[in-house]
Design a protein around this ligand. Structure first.
Ligand code: ATP
Length: 269
């Protein structure tokens, strides 16, 4: 079995007497891409926020390389984890290249300047996300999808062991949805990403976690998790699942005008 880079056990988060996350437990094996799926409000962002220490959970354990995240200094945590958040933040007065170069910070001392190798790393990351022509453009003037790609380039420059992506494809056109996730996969980094598009999650992820109302409903391979029954129960839509003609993992076709009844979805054969 491959080494685990991240272990989450018995994780609970309550706020205002409401349980947002309940007894979440999973591991992220080295080099794998783990997809976090579930309906709006299921707790996907909250779970990811716990992993990068933006939220302190009510109880439970989160360990990176078998060490509790509470024991990591901010700098050491940033050397291990890079995060691309759901809403692209504002960075005024910064070129795209300067934004991407921020990814070097966790590896630098206070007075270190950037080396030729650092600059090469920034150019390489910009090229990988197709933004080499936009290097000198103000970051704020990029389109939503270009901003998202710039933030992914910054995460690449950061050279983390674990990449946390909160809806990394929500601003991207279909070409970049596929290309960016394939790029991220090719880096050999361990990735946990929340993804709304179940077909994209099926194609790209090694394993999936299905969340609903803060609870872990299923975890396993796309074939194990993406079943017609589970999709109808959790998302409230009816669908038909076949094997994708290219990669052989589940390919979901949604039905329109059907809500699951107490007996489930109608038989569409
Ligand atoms: N700081 C907070 N205080 C109170 N409630 C919160 C807080 N943060 C999140 N929640 C609630 O927790 C639930 C889960 O939210 P979260 O953003 O984690 O869901 P999500 O699965 O990422 O949703 P989406 O797919 O819509 O992005 C929601 O009901 C949300 O309102």
């Amino acid at each position: 079995m491959s080494e685990s880079v991240l272990d989450v056990n018995h994780l609970f988060w309550q706020v205002d007497n409401k349980t947002i996350l309940a007894d979440i437990h999973f591991s992220l094996p080295k080099g794998q891409m783990l997809g976090l799926i579930g309906p709006n409000g299921a707790g996907k962002s909250s779970l990811l926020r716990c992993l990068y220490r933006y939220i302190v959970p009510t109880s439970g354990d989160i360990e990176i390389f078998s060490k509790p995240i509470s024991e990591y200094s901010s700098k050491l945590l940033a050397q291990n984890i890079a995060v691309v958040q759901q809403d692209t933040p504002h960075y005024f007065d910064m070129t795209t290249e300067q934004l991407v170069a921020m990814g070097l910070t966790p590896h630098k001392g206070l007075f270190d300047s950037n080396t030729a190798q650092d600059r090469e790393r920034v150019v390489s990351a910009l090229t990988k996300v197709g933004l080499q022509q936009k290097a000198q453009q103000q970051y704020e003037l990029l389109s939503g999808g270009e901003k998202q790609r710039a933030l992914i380039a910054r995460a690449i420059v950061q050279q983390p062991h674990i990449l946390i992506l909160d809806e990394p494809t929500n601003h991207l056109d279909i070409r970049y949805q596929i290309q960016i996730l394939e790029l991220v996969k090719s880096l050999g980094i361990s990735v946990i990403a929340s993804i709304h598009d179940l077909n994209l999650a099926s194609a790209m992820c090694d394993k999936l976690l299905l969340l609903d109302q803060g609870r872990l409903i299923a975890k396993g391979t796309p074939t194990e998790v993406l079943t017609e029954r589970q999709i109808s129960e959790v998302f409230g839509v009816c669908c038909d699942i076949n094997l994708h003609p290219q990669h052989g993992k589940p390919l979901i076709s949604y039905f329109y005008g059907y809500q699951p009844s107490p007996k489930g979805c109608p038989d569409h054969d």
